[in-house]
Write a protein that binds this ligand. Sequence first.
Ligand code: HSE
Length: 319
Amino acid sequence: MSDGKRLAVLGAGAVGSSVVDLAVEYGHSVVAFADSSSAVTAADGIDADSALDRKSSDGVVGDDDPDAALSADYDVLVEATPTTLGDAEPGFSHLETALERDRHVVLANKGPVAERYADVRELERESAGEVRFEATVGGAIPIISTVEDLSPSHVTAARGVLNGTANFILSRMAAEGIDYEHVLAEAQDLGVAEADPTFDVEGTDAALKCVILANVLSEGEREFTLSDADVEGITNVPGSALELAAEDGRTIRLVGEATRDGIRVGPRLVPQNAALAVTGTRNIVQLETTHAGQLNLSGRGAGGPETASAVLGDVGRLD
Ligand code: HSE
């Protein structure tokens, strides 16, 4: 295990807040914490409870300007601001600033590695810092590190249920025979939905995760972005379709697939007893390997502490 690291955490949503809450338990200190309008910094570690209490009560984490976190003296920048499409800003610039200072970056924000993977790798090559992003795909499930362990060239495809919100909604729709609008608010209450939940129900979030997996599998041979993905969400799946599927021993899951040739995401009929038919916010990823058949990895794919455990796992992998 690596020595304790000094973390700067950007983003005070469910994931960033959980990283701040759990960092000390993992042997690290948080020297800076920022949301979009404020920051708190302390060279010997911030008071996490008081920053998190202040976020809940006043909507700010401290009295400093957010830029104070970026310029603090940290070892690892944890980028947990909301995922944005296109130029992946402001997450990309945060990453760039950290790498230019030869600091490591651990991403929970999918934008930089889904939309600007080649740029990220180029900046990383010029820096003494490393970029890790386990938390961007499948929450607590160690998918990226498993692909690294197997070696990307020995994984031909990654397929699975990669959006907890959509899966929770489909599971509830199947159980209750109701349409998705009625359970979206419930999913949002669980704290697993994206800041913009259309990302979840329209398949964008699952597609971004598949784009990241395709980029990892391709090892720089080809760069994928969201525009390469063929995506359909669950907004047009009526409750009656799930009822019909159930008559046949089947159900519907939002399944994504990434290979070196492309990315597809959409609702698929799967047998109710199939590995892909995970329920609730669970995710599953099936890795097709060249020499070891199929590897199934399943677990909690979303949530603050769950995703924070992946972030802190990445921090532990850094030198
Ligand atoms: N909104 C995502 C989900 C969170 O529901 O799976 C993890 O990326």
